[in-house]
Write a protein that binds this ligand. Structure first.
Ligand code: S3P
Length: 429
């Protein structure tokens, strides 16, 4: 386990371009590996999670090449995966396990999916239910991984997701893609729509309404060439850091700004940060642009995150909670129970680490109340091996009194191996 010492900063200043979005990279890797032809991607995610997806897709018969450090070529299997003679290791990645299960359930053969200790604790019933309703044979271990799929042709369903989860939605759509008839997924809260956009980019026809996506199967996919937009959930750490310092100035270009992912811009604006968005364009229906951000002279105000916003900001909540004591009037988070079943129990870990830094926090089953106007002091932070906790508290540490030691700092490389180097680059001391 590696440790990282974070010293306070005077301000945040500079310009960045970030590695490709993790969610989009997973989907492009899966769909490219499943499609007919050779797909080419640039700015693919450098995180270990997407490497897990790529390794699984290779084990299923796709050929993956890296012509250079930033590019990836995938020869797809044209709709037919080869059952591997070993378990598919999804590592720390819930996205890999849940989405791949949907892709494999209608295939021929037997597939076992395993993960690390954290992933093996995460709930998998949420994918077993809809896949079983489609007729899939899927065995879990006490509701968790390891999971085994005995692939077989499925029946189309009309499914309403009980949890707001893009991974579950994608799982069902990927099974529906290969299943005769129309499969519909309905969601009460709109989750990230990268799968819907990516399926269309790879040539599939998909119908959408405000609260549903329908796919008629079977349909083939065709290879694409794409540049993956920068990861806004990685950018979140830098945007929150910049927002903390009056007179800071940060520019992030080629950033993914898909509206189902970009609520952080609204929240930071509501908190008082100065944000502008430039050079907006669409790439395979994904919005990409440049974001400029500066911290307000009067400091950040206050906000409440609840209802659908909590689901849309789910990956950004740890860093927002971590900086909440440094706002004037605090941040209140509710309807975010899902945080308890992420890579760690993120509500418990955020509360524990904020307390270690001297803040008062009230913990709820589905969120946190953190009042503002609280000074933080340096402390030893337990990341719990969770990448977003390690990075969130590195940001809070920039404004603490004294130095902060992040334990388990290596976990940042699950989504963002470059994080600490880039933080050193823009944090002026
Ligand atoms: C993701 C969806 C979210 C998110 C995760 C990535 C995706 O999970 O937390 O980091 O790429 O679809 P859920 O679908 O479980 O909410």
């Amino acid at each position: 386990m590696s440790e990282r010492l974070i010293r306070p900063a005077r301000t945040i200043y500079g310009s960045l371009r970030l590695p490709g979005d993790k969610s989009i990279s997973h989907r492009y890797a899966m769909l490219g590996a499943f499609a007919e032809g050779t797909s080419r991607f640039t700015n693919f995610s450098t995180g270990a999670d997407c490497a897990s997806t790529l390794a699984c897709m290779e084990a299923l018969g796709a050929k993956v090449r890296r012509p250079d450090e930033h590019s990836l070529e995938i020869d797809g299997v044209a709709g037919r995966a080869t059952p591997p003679d070993h378990a598919l290791d999804c590592g720390n990645s819930g996205s890999t396990m849940r989405m791949l299960s949907g892709l494999l359930a209608p295939q021929q053969g037997s597939f076992t999916l395993i993960g690390d200790a954290s992933l093996s604790r995460r709930p998998m019933e949420r994918i077993r239910k809809p896949l079983e309703a489609m007729g899939a044979r899927l065995t879990l271990t006490d509701g968790h991984a390891p999971l085994t799929i005995e692939g077989a042709p499925l029946q189309a369903i009309d499914f309403t997701t009980p949890v707001a989860s893009a991974q579950v939605k994608t799982c069902v759509l990927l099974a529906g893609l290969q299943t005769a008839g129309t499969t519909t997924v309905r969601e009460a809260v709109r989750t990230r729509d990268h799968s819907e956009l990516a399926l269309r980019a790879f040539g599939a026809t998909l119908r959408r309404t405000v609260d549903s996506a329908s796919i008629e199967g079977p349909q083939p996919l065709h290879a694409i060439e794409a540049a993956v937009p920068g990861d806004i959930s990685s950018a979140a750490f830098f945007m929150c850091a910049a927002a903390l310092f009056a007179g800071s100035g940060l520019v992030i270009d080629s950033l993914g700004l898909n509206p189902t992912r970009a609520s952080l811009l609204d929240v930071l604006t509501a908190l008082g940060a100065h944000i502008s968005v430039l050079n907006l364009e669409e790439k395979h229906a994904e919005l990409v642009g440049t974001v400029q951000i500066a911290g307000p002279a009067e400091g950040l105000g206050s906000t409440e995150i609840s209802g659908p916003l909590a689901a849309q900001l789910i990956d950004e909540l740890p860093v927002l909670a971590a900086i909440a004591p440094l706002t004037r009037d605090g941040i209140r988070i509710r309807d975010a129970k899902e945080l308890r079943v992420k890579e760690s129990d993120r509500i418990a870990l955020v509360a524990r680490n904020l307390r270690a830094m001297g803040a008062e926090v009230t913990e709820f089953e589905d969120g946190l109340d953190v009042s503002g106007g609280q000074a933080l002091h340096g402390a030893t932070i337990d990341s719990g091996g969770d990448h977003r906790i390690a990075m969130a508290f590195s940001v809070a540490a920039l404004k603490a009194e004294g130095e902060t030691l992040i334990q388990g700092a290596e976990s940042a490389s699950i989504s963002f191996p470059e994080f600490f180097d880039l933080l050193d680059l823009v944090a002026e001391r």
